[in-house]
Design a protein around this ligand. Structure first.
Ligand code: SF4
Ligand code: SF4
Length: 164
């Protein structure tokens, strides 16, 4: 098992019931959207089914994008979709690997999260990412940014503060 770096985020790979895909482009992906070279969810997230800690790229992942065991990857991998992949309005520049953050629903709470790459722990402060998070908060969501063991709550006013 790969050791978890101190800065690694601690989240589970969210599992969503009922989602199925027939390729790297998920069935509920927005038109024109594919993961492409992004491997953020294969690295930044903890995946219990694969005994994978948050931070390092999954042992089955390719740095250039893609999965060596793709036809046999676990269901948990088949079912995950980030906000960017399913959104019809988020532009290409918001793809997770480009902004250093996975924008996503948390499967175990009502939180909307920005899960940052360990190499870019403050990526959630990027103006375009932060604006997106504030908009979510204004829409009534509980918004939390995560980086390693650190968490920040983002409020509708644009204020933010450390949280647990
Ligand atoms: S983080 Fe989103 S865009 Fe990137 S590989 Fe995962 S599902 Fe695809
Ligand atoms: S098994 Fe494949 S799809 Fe699943 S986390 Fe590893 S590289 Fe990504």
């Amino acid at each position: 098992m790969i050791e978890e770096p101190p800065s690694a985020a601690r989240f589970e790979f969210p599992f969503r019931e009922g989602r199925r895909d027939e390729g790297r482009a998920f069935v509920t992906a927005a038109p024109g959207k594919t993961c492409g070279a992004c491997t953020m969810c294969c690295s930044a997230l903890e995946i219990h089914d694969l005994d994978k800690p948050a931070g390092p790229l999954c042992k089955h992942g390719l740095a250039c994008g893609g999965c060596v065991i793709y036809p046999h990857r676990p269901q948990v991998c088949r079912d995950f979709e980030c906000e960017w992949l399913t959104s019809r309005t988020m532009s290409r520049v918001m793809r997770p690997d480009l902004i250093g953050t996975i924008l996503m629903e948390d499967a175990d709470s009502d939180e909307f999260r920005a899960v940052c790459s360990p190499s870019r722990p403050m990526a959630w402060r990027d103006p375009k990412v932060f604006a997106y998070l504030v908009a979510k908060a204004k829409a009534g969501r509980t918004v939390v940014a995560k980086a390693g063991l650190s968490s920040w709550r983002i409020f509708a006013s644009g204020r933010w503060a450390p949280t647990i």
